[in-house]
Write a protein that binds this ligand. Structure first.
Ligand SMILES: Cc1ncc(COP(=O)(O)O)c(C=O)c1O
Length: 367
């Protein structure tokens, strides 16, 4: 068997190639390429699929969904926003690009924000909590929602990795003021280029973001606020509509792979992912923890299974954020995770044969 890739995007395209091709040609032939019918329909369909009484503004990527969303809610210079210490730097850049300061709290055993550590991080400058539902696992939200209410903090969700992951019946993105999505190609709802979206129950907020994404323009050549150019294009929106229409099958496919791994991999050297009670994951990544990260990855590769590390460096140790003054040891749980997490092959399609090979090879690892 050929090497099993950790992800191979072409497989997702091939599943519905005819529909994607047809949509791409229809957008090309429409003569309208930015903010049009496809974007409007996608926004409507995505919001409707997520839940009742919510709205979506499509933007150009996930980082700008966070950046514009926080900006529209008044997050500004000197404000503090509580985030988790593990994850991807985009979450923090969405905060710092508004002049605000990310305040880190450590994650729980599900790799999501540990609610028990939030209150110690609140100061008089704290304006919001921004949780990330990492790797497609929904965060346990009760306590976080309660802390935000009691302390009058806005609650935001980074859902770049959690499209349709839910907690106790509610889809991620709908718990607080706004949810920020990325439609980057690797995401469960990923396009064929960059894309992002802000989702909220607050229609005025979504209208504000629609103005901000288009140079602050409320109608043609009239600019009420200094805005950005952060528009979603018709091609991405059209292709995302095709993918969205197949979301149930796509989610079921990842669930099939994850359940096979969970049932099949039994190795004392490999800590398997846990799912919180009430959480329905979407398996954006299938993350295991292994003490000898490099050794395990080399072993897997030698046996024909590619793996990855999401992510090798915690945000607080990235040179880009060194001005925040953190150092090695500042957030040991996040640091330890970076040294031990390994992503197993997970994508829109894996054959039974491939899944069984991953399981067999992982089980034979001797540490
Ligand atoms: C948790 C998280 N937040 C934000 C982003 C940013 O999304 P994008 O790459 O679309 O800007 C990503 C994606 O890569 C992500 O994984």
């Amino acid at each position: 068997m050929d090497m099993i890739p950790v992800n191979e995007l072409i497989r997702g395209y091939q599943l519905y190639a005819e529909e994607y091709n047809k949509k791409a040609i229809s957008v090309l032939q429409s003569g309208w390429y930015i903010l049009g019918k496809e974007v409007e329909e996608f926004e409507r369909e995505f919001a409707q699929a997520l839940g009742d009484d919510c709205y979506c503004a499509g933007v150009d990527n996930g980082l700008n969904a966070i950046r514009l969303g926080l900006h529209a809610c008044g997050i500004t210079e000197g404000d503090e926003v509580i985030v988790q210490s593990n994850g991807y730097i985009a979450t923090m850049l969405g905060i710092t690009q508004n002049g605000a300061v990310p305040i880190f709290v450590e994650p729980d055993k599900y790799h999501n924000m540990d609610a028990d550590k939030i209150e110690a991080a609140i100061t008089e400058k704290t304006k919001a909590v921004l949780v990330t539902h990492l790797y497609g696992q929904a965060t346990r939200m009760e306590k976080i929602t309660d802390i935000c209410k009691r302390n009058k903090l806005m609650l935001f969700e980074d859902c770049a990795q959690s499209h349709f992951a839910s907690y106790k019946g509610t889809n991620t993105g709908l718990f607080g003021k706004a949810g920020f999505f990325s439609f980057y190609p690797t995401k469960n709802l990923g396009g064929f280029g960059d894309g992002g979206g802000v989702v909220s129950h607050d229609r005025d907020l979504i209208d504000k973001i629609k103005t901000l994404r288009n140079y602050g323009s409320d109608y043609k050549y009239h600019n009420i606020v200094p805005g950005f150019n952060s528009r979603l294009d018709e091609m991405q929106a059209g292709l995302l509509r095709v993918k969205l229409s197949h979301m149930k099958e796509l989610l079921a496919n990842r669930k099939r792979i994850a359940e096979a791994y969970l049932a099949g991999i039994h190795n004392p050297h490999i800590r398997m992912p846990e799912v919180a009670d009430g959480a329905v994951p979407i398996w954006y990544q299938f993350i295991v923890n292994v003490q000898n990260q490099a050794g395990f990855r080399k072993y897997m590769l030698d046996k024909g299974v590619q793996t990855d590390v999401h992510f090798p460096t915690p945000p607080h140790l990235q040179p880009a954020l060194s001005y925040l003054g953190h150092r090695k040891g500042s957030f040991p749980i996040a640091e330890k995770d970076c040294e031990t997490v390994v992503s197993l092959p997970m994508m829109d399609y894996l054959s039974e044969e491939e899944i069984n090979k991953v399981i067999g090879v992982a089980n034979a690892y001797e540490g």
